[in-house]
Design a binder for this molecule. Structure first.
Ligand code: ACO
Length: 342
């Protein structure tokens, strides 16, 4: 059968831009492993509960002195070395994170300094667990419009810094890590075919950190009330995650005129095994198509699909020419899906 002619939805409206490809990916996770047995000693939980309700077995935790920009810089250098791109060649750095080193300057600027990307413009974006797809879409806009040649996007989180380690509802779910991708135009490649992004601010309260911003600057009272920790309505978040991820993935496939069976590898946000299974089932995807690594890292928010993409490529689950579907969901609420010809 001759290869299917891929439809690029960006070709509408007399599109004259160029395509954007992921040249390489890289990731970094801290060395320290926090397993379920250790959590059993910390809060009233059990390995059995965590495994059966989430599928998470262990997660990585950054050291006290290791910051989000440190994790991001290591993932970035890994991706740059693989692409044989030097830091000086980078035009733009976008860091997606909800755990910046500090409110300002941006973590992207700190990464710029650490990796020596002297020419780059740099900024952060905040779309929680959906951040990597938001960064991918933003990065590709600059490549497509020929504004920039080389864009570095990073999803990086030190979630351990905003976790209440006495709250069993949340502390078992999250971990630290970073994933990065180098974006460029690759001649004759389709690259990123489409990226859908969505949000619903009316559900902002489902998953948030109420303290630390202008609405609730740090005070002794706010700290005592634990307002600087991540809070989540797990059940409602779960339901919204399944619906939003399914809808976004369907929309991305529809735009490219693709059937789920044509996707080689599906990389969903790694929040909960049951969410991943429910989305895959509704999409009609087989288990073999879906890449899962949350048992090792838990939910690393903006880093999640980036780390998973890196592992899937390293494992040979995605090869040049294959189609991959990335699906994300996070606080905001936000969601998104992207179809990539690898
Ligand atoms: N150990 C033991 N028991 C626990 C634990 C724990 N770690 N955590 C909660 N429980 C208890 C609850 O207290 C509750 O007890 P109760 O019935 O006596 O009140 C019981 O277990 C069941 O709780 P549920 O909320 O019904 O459990 P559920 O099946 O919904 O699973 C979970 C909870 C894992 C949090 C799930 O709802 C979930 O994964 N939600 C989505 C999270 C998510 O996807 N976040 C993504 C975005 S993250 C971001 O953007 C940063």
């Amino acid at each position: 059968m001759p290869p299917k002619k891929l439809k690029n939805p960006r070709a509408r409206h007399n599109f004259v831009g160029r395509t954007c490809s992921i040249l390489s990916v890289g990731s970094y996770v801290p060395e320290r492993v926090l397993d379920n047995a250790e959590l059993e000693r910390l809060v009233d939980t059990s390995n059995e509960w965590i495994m059966s309700r989430t599928g998470i077995s262990e997660r990585r935790i950054a050291s006290k002195h290791e910051t989000t920009s440190d994790l991001a810089s290591r993932a970035a250098m890994c991706a740059l070395e693989r692409a044989k791109v030097t830091p000086e060649e980078i035009d733009l750095i976008v860091v997606a994170t909800i755990t910046p080193d500090m409110p300002f300057p941006s973590t992207a600027c700190l990464v710029q300094r650490k990796i020596g990307a002297t020419r780059a413009a740099a900024f952060d974006l905040e779309a929680a667990c959906s951040g990597f797809i938001y960064a991918l879409e933003i990065g590709q806009q600059f490549i497509m419009s020929r504004t920039y040649e080389t864009v570095l996007i990073i999803g990086a989180e030190k979630l351990s810094s905003i976790i209440n380690w006495s709250d069993r509802n949340t502390c078992v779910l999250f971990g630290d890590g970073a994933g990065a991708a180098v974006l460029r135009h690759r001649p004759h490649a389709h690259g990123l075919l489409t990226a859908c992004m969505g949000s619903d601010g009316t559900k902002a309260d489902l998953l948030c950190m109420p303290g630390g911003g202008s609405a609730c600057p740090p005070t002794h009272e706010s700290l005592a009330a634990g307002l600087h920790y991540l809070r989540m309505d797990g059940k409602e978040t779960f339901k919204n995650a399944v619906n939003a991820m399914f809808t976004a993935a369907n929309e991305a496939l529809r735009r490219c005129d693709l059937d789920i069976s044509e996707i080689k590898c599906i990389i969903p946000h790694q929040a909960n095994r049951r969410i991943i299974d429910a989305v895959a089932e509704r999409l009609g995807a087989s288990q073999e198509q879906v890449f899962v690594n949350l048992h090792k890292f838990g939910n690393t928010s903006a880093a999640s699909v980036a780390i998973a993409l890196d592992e899937a490529v390293a494992a040979g689950r995605i090869q040049r020419g294959d189609l991959a579907l990335l699906i994300v969901f996070g606080a905001g609420l936000t969601w998104g899906a992207a179809v990539i010809e690898w």
